[in-house]
Design a protein around this ligand. Structure first.
Ligand SMILES: [Zn+2]
Length: 312
C-alpha cells in the first residue's frame, strides 16, 4: 500500500509532495538503501525490469539517459523475459547486457517460484532496523563523491558519467573480462595492450598530454594514476569556489572525453585529435560554468585561469 501511494503506475517514485509525515523519510532512506536491495529471482513478476537492481548493482534506469515521458512507457517486469523454461531474452537485449558485463543466462531464476527481495549486506538477506542502520550509516561516511557528482554546476549528462566513473561501473574491457567474457583489450588511442582503466585514463600518451594541459591551466601539481580520484578532485581546494567548480568540471570532462573518444573510435572508427578533444572539453566547461553560482577571487592568477578556459 505504501509503495502504491508513493509510486506512479510505471514504478517511478512520485516527484510531487505528499503531505505525509513518512514521506521525507522514505525519500531519504530509499535512495540510500537502494544499492543494498537485491533479488532472488523467481518468476520475475515482482521485479521492475528498469528500476530494480536485479542484474546490475544499480538499476538500469540509472545507466540510461532518457526524457521522463519516455520512461513512463518503460513498464517491463523481469517476468516479461522469463518463460516456463527459464530466461527468454531477445538477442539484442542480451547483447546490451553483455556490453555492460552481465551474462543474463548466468543469473539463476526459477519460473515456479515467487521473487524474494533481500538486503545484500545481510548474509541471510533479512531486513531489520539494525541491518539498515549499519548499511546506511557506513554509506553516509564513505560516499565522499556525492558532493562532487551532484555539484550544481554539472549538467546531468556529465554528472551521470562522473558517478559511473567514481563508482567504477563504466563498462571497461577489464570490467567485462572480470565478468568472464573474453575480449581482446587494446588501447584505441595508441594501440598498446595494457591494464585498461589505468591506461586509458592516465598512462596513455593522449591522457598524459590532456592532464598536463589541465594541471598547467590551473597551475597545480601533476595528476597520476597513483592518486585517488578524491585526491585529484581536491587539488583545487586552495582556490575560490568558482575555480573549484571549473577544476572539477574539467577533471570530469577530460575523463569523459578520454572515455568517449575511445568508444567513438571503436564504434564509428573516427579518431579525434588532441586539439579536437580540447575544444570539446572547453565547450563543455563553458556550458557547465554558466550554472555555477559561486564567486571567485579577483587575483591575477584566477583571472588568468578563466581567460585560459575562456569562460565568464
Ligand atoms: Zn593508449
Amino acid at each position: 500500500m505504501i509503495y502504491a501511494k508513493f509510486h506512479t503506475n510505471s514504478g517511478e517514485r512520485i516527484k510531487y509532495h505528499k503531505s505525509s509525515f513518512v514521506w521525507q523519510g522514505i525519500k531519504f532512506a530509499k535512495t540510500i538503501n537502494k544499492p543494498f536491495i537485491g533479488w532472488i529471482i523467481g518468476n520475475g513478476k515482482k521485479i521492475n525490469f528498469w528500476r530494480d537492481s536485479w542484474a546490475t548493482c544499480t538499476p538500469l534506469r540509472e545507466h540510461i539517459d532518457l526524457p521522463n515521458h519516455i520512461w513512463k512507457l518503460c513498464t517491463a517486469k523481469v517476468s516479461d523475459f522469463i518463460n516456463s523454461d527459464g530466461w527468454n531474452v531477445p538477442s539484442n537485449i542480451s547483447l546490451t547486457f553483455l556490453a555492460m558485463g552481465v551474462d543474463i543466462t548466468s543469473i539463476p531464476c526459477n519460473p515456479n517460484d515467487e521473487d524474494i527481495q533481500i538486503l545484500n549486506p545481510d548474509i541471510h538477506g533479512e531486513f531489520s532496523v539494525k541491518n539498515v542502520f549499519e548499511s546506511t550509516h557506513n554509506r553516509l561516511d564513505t560516499a565522499w563523491w556525492w558532493k562532487f557528482t551532484w555539484l550544481k554546476c554539472l549538467h546531468p549528462g556529465l554528472s551521470g558519467f562522473a558517478w559511473q566513473l567514481i563508482n567504477q561501473i563504466l563498462p571497461t574491457d577489464e570490467l567485462i573480462q572480470r565478468k568472464g567474457i573474453q575480449l581482446m583489450s587494446i588501447c584505441n588511442h595508441c594501440g598498446c595492450t595494457a591494464k585498461m582503466a589505468d591506461h586509458l585514463f592516465f598512462e596513455c600518451t593522449k591522457a598524459k598530454v590532456l592532464w598536463n594541459w589541465t594541471i598547467s591551466t590551473f597551475n597545480l601539481a601533476g595528476v597520476s594514476e597513483h592518486e585517488s580520484r578524491k585526491q585529484i578532485l581536491d587539488k583545487s581546494k586552495a582556490l575560490s569556489l568558482y575555480l573549484n567548480d571549473l577544476w572539477i568540471t574539467m577533471v570530469f570532462s577530460v575523463s569523459y572525453w578520454l572515455w568517449n573518444v575511445r568508444n567513438k573510435f571503436r564504434f564509428d572508427e573516427r579518431k579525434l585529435s588532441i586539439r579536437e578533444i580540447q575544444n570539446r572539453v572547453l565547450r563543455e566547461i563553458d556550458n557547465n560554468a554558466k550554472m555555477s553560482k559561486h564567486g571567485m577571487y579577483n587575483t591575477a592568477f584566477e583571472l588568468q585561469v578563466i581567460k585560459a578556459l575562456s569562460v565568464d
